[in-house]
Design a protein around this ligand. Sequence first.
Ligand code: HEM
Length: 319
Amino acid sequence: MGQDINAYLDGLLLSNYLTYWDYVHLDTLLTLQHPKTDFPDEEIFIMYHQITELYFKLSLNEFDQICRNGRVIGENGHNQGWNVHLQPAFFTERLRRINSYFEALTKSFEIMVQGMEKDQFLKFRMALLPASGFQSAQYRMIEIASTDMARLIQKDLRQTEGEKDNRSIEEMFESIYWKQGATEAASGKKTLTLNQFEEKYSARLIQMARDYAPKNIWQKYLGLSVEDQKDPELVRQLRQLDVNVNVNWPLQHYKSAVRYLASKEGDAPATGGTNWQKYLPPRLQLRVFYPSLWSEEELKNWGRGWVEEVLVDHIKVKG
Ligand code: HEM
């Protein structure tokens, strides 16, 4: 590289030893929790959201690598750009990682469901209005990286599988499922939660949707040879991703909404203002990234078994 190696060695000898706490920025990390109330359980709520966002970031890091075909690292350990072609084994392995992140989140969601006192939660949440996990941009980015925009449109405006969708990215973005979820049906007015989210993130999400239109996970899969597309492990990981993001995590999350917001006296409204009982269940949303990897029967029962279980609990709570 034409650099003086001795100068670098001097630098190495003179610089301070690396410590664990500096490397992981521990002091900063541990000062990022700022409860809005004195209820001790609010710390759990904040930290579990932060943990989730870190897992989302881990996932997006893998999506980025798949969609760019994987980084080339030279013999000298430095970045040499991106591969020209995506290797199916790399694709499968990176999907497996994303699945393991989501599985960790799905399992650990119990921390939310059982881990806070309901009375405390119902009080401190009032200090958080109109903020909602609904405003998690990384969650939306995971969806955009996973599939075509046409799959993220609210279900009654989706075209049937196999039909070409000629709508522009901007038009599709206007019909994306979560906008409808946070719009009052009677007045057609967007909730404040949605307005604030759009103001901060719409431009960025639309740009991402444009960038990922030719290189999202589904397009990467279609870009493989017919032979590679049949690889059972790859197909298994894709199906697992679909279930993890669109059924398993949303169901655990829905379970927490039922646990805290449902009551005999009537369900509490969500901080983000959605009609959460109708909005959150995967069986009603029917979000599916890769419908052609599922049988008709499987699609018909999307999210059903689980939802029924959660709903039974809900009915029990309501008495
Ligand atoms: C006690 C725990 C929780 C409850 C009761 C709860 C409740 C809700 C409700 C009612 C909604 C619907 C939007 C609204 O009107 O506010 C929602 C959306 C959402 N929440 Fe949570 N939430 C909890 C924990 C979490 C956690 C830990 C995360 C992690 C980041 C999260 C992420 C999300 C996301 C991404 C959405 C949008 C889902 C979608 O659009 O389908 N939530 N939550």
